[in-house]
Design a protein around this ligand. Structure first.
Ligand code: SF4
Length: 521
């Protein structure tokens, strides 16, 4: 039925969409409890329900005796007029967001901060913390963003759980339920090193929390066809990474490196009827039993997906197991455009690993090799791009190749923290150079150079950048609105300073930068 007919029939399109989604979910936990927590995700349903972190927090809250979780998502039609678009009501009970005492938000990365602002404001909750009072819900945020730089979140939230939330979030909820006032709650939580409390914050807080190993693995409870990973059961096969890629927040220095879940434990969680299993982890192909796990799941007749494949791990038995488990596209990271760049960012992968991967794609009958690539790394030149063109052309003679390109954004809590953005014009020129060189030889897709600059400003920013983000969203959320708002803080997308950068500067840990960031806002 078309939009107009549905309206004439009295049912707005979002209602039908919501019903379809509810009807096709498997594993939803129906629960009532004295304290309802609004568990919100600042992106639409299909993204949120693909997030293992979001699903884990849902499961965790539902397991607490006095609490239940009800989900909220950014409406798919948020850009439409407020009178016709989906209201911000609970996916589970249709209550309004403002009726909940606590809103727990999971934020994956910088560009989702705009979704957080839009979600709150569409729900008639002031996005800025300073415009709220104790009658508004307590807004608690966590998620992958907090592993690098949660400071731009602070103008919008009352509490940030930094790092792994499995143990801290229940503590926050339980104390929030009994504290006589917001102020008293903040005081009782002030000693927690991994909580940022903007109303009280002092330098020294913000250590990335590490949950006890007994809380692992994270796994999903709800399966739905309406996600990017359609009906897939997600389970963490490992957490963290033992490698040291210079741009990566999940490198070995974060929470002691890789924590491995053994094969039997992983298999024991997989529901009998799960036809698709997603093995999740920062470096899941480094799991010592990975070939065995994938083979066992494939022999049980299940399709398997892995969240990441390291090129040096793509040897014959493993790729054959992946093919048996339904893989059609072998996806891995090229990361830097040249051997020199890959060495600079400490990637272990070498050209022969990619050649072997391409050969295995051909041998196993997969459709293609997909490579993720960053451009605009510090010290990169056109020669590095030309080396990439030459090498990818060689690979494309072995098997079909697709490139997924993103501009490099420097993140806090990594050795490449503080590196300047290459500049929109330079990134676009390098992208064009790649596309020209690979025309007819590889499928090349790239994320926007403009929005990567916005991501970089927020990734490196403080509270002032958070406030500027709010202005940009209020002024329509276009790229021009962001550019104007960030310009007032001295940010420009012209790549100033990039040319003179040649090598990573020494690591500045997040905790050391906190005071500086606060000072700059
Ligand atoms: S990019 Fe991947 S392999 Fe490198 S440190 Fe991060 S998680 Fe590990």
């Amino acid at each position: 039925m078309c939009h107009l007919l549905r309206q004439l029939a009295g049912q707005p399109p979002w209602q039908k969409r919501r019903q379809d989604r509810r009807n096709s979910e498997v594993g939803r936990i129906e629960k009532d409890a004295p304290i309802r927590v609004a568990l919100a995700y600042p992106s639409p349903y299909h993204v949120a329900m693909s997030s293992l972190g979001f699903q884990t927090i849902y499961r965790l809250i539902q397991a607490l005796p006095d609490f239940c979780a009800e989900r909220f998502f950014l409406p798919d039609d948020i850009d439409e007029d407020v009178s016709t678009s989906e209201p911000i009501i609970s996916f589970d009970s249709e209550r309004r967001l403002s009726e909940y005492p606590i809103v727990a938000l999971s934020v994956a990365y910088e560009l989702e901060l705009a979704g957080l602002i839009r979600l709150l404001e569409r729900a008639k909750i002031p996005a800025l913390r300073t415009d709220r009072n104790d009658h508004h819900p307590l807004i608690v945020a966590g998620g992958p963003l907090t592993f690098s730089n949660p400071i731009p979140l602070l103008p919008f939230v009352d509490l940030v759980v930094v790092g792994e939330a499995e143990e801290l979030l229940p503590l926050v909820l339980e104390r929030a339920a009994t504290a006589p006032s917001r102020r008293a709650l903040f005081e009782t939580l002030a000693e927690q090193e991994s909580l940022l409390i903007p109303a009280l914050m002092r330098p020294g807080n913000g250590t990335v929390a590490k949950a006890c190993d007994s809380t692992l693995p994270a796994y999903s409870v709800i399966r739905t066809p309406h996600t990017e990973l359609s009906d897939m059961f997600l389970i963490e096969a490992e957490r963290g990474c033992s490698r040291g890629c210079q741009y990566c927040v999940m490198r070995r220095s974060t929470n002691g490196g890789m924590r491995i879940i053994d094969k039997q434990r992983i298999l024991s969680f997989v529901p009998e009827d799960a036809k698709k299993v997603g093995l999740v982890g920062a470096a899941v192909s480094d799991h010592p039993e990975i070939v065995d796990i994938v083979s066992t799941l494939a022999e049980q007749g299940r399709r398997v997906g892995l969240s990441s494949l390291r090129p040096d791990k793509l040897k014959e038995p493993f790729v054959k197991a992946l093919a048996m488990a339904g893989y059609k596209t072998l996806t891995t990271a090229l990361d830097g455009p040249s051997s020199r760049m890959r060495a600079l960012i400490e990637r272990r992968s070498q050209e022969h690993h990619y050649v072997q991967a391409a050969e295995l794609v051909r041998q196993t009958g997969m459709d293609r090799l997909k490579l993720y690539l960053m451009i605009g790394l510090p010290g990169e030149t056109d020669e590095d791009i030309d080396e990439c063109v030459h090498f990818v052309r060689e690979l494309s003679e072995i098997a079909p190749v697709a490139l997924g390109i993103s501009p490099f954004c420097s993140k806090r809590n990594t050795p490449l923290d503080g590196m300047p953005y290459a500049g929109i014009a330079r990134v676009q020129a390098r992208l064009e150079r790649l596309k020209r060189g690979l025309s007819g030889r590889a499928d090349v897709r790239a994320t926007s150079a403009k929005w990567a600059w916005v991501e970089q400003v927020l990734a490196q920013g403080g509270e002032a950048e958070g406030i500027a983000l709010h202005q940009a969203v209020s002024n329509g959320g276009t790229f021009s609105a962001y550019k104007r708002a960030f310009k007032l803080l001295g940010h420009s997308p012209d790549g100033k300073g990039y040319e003179s950068v040649r090598a990573p500067e020494p690591v500045l840990r997040f905790s050391q930068r906190l005071t500086t960031l606060r000072g700059s806002s």
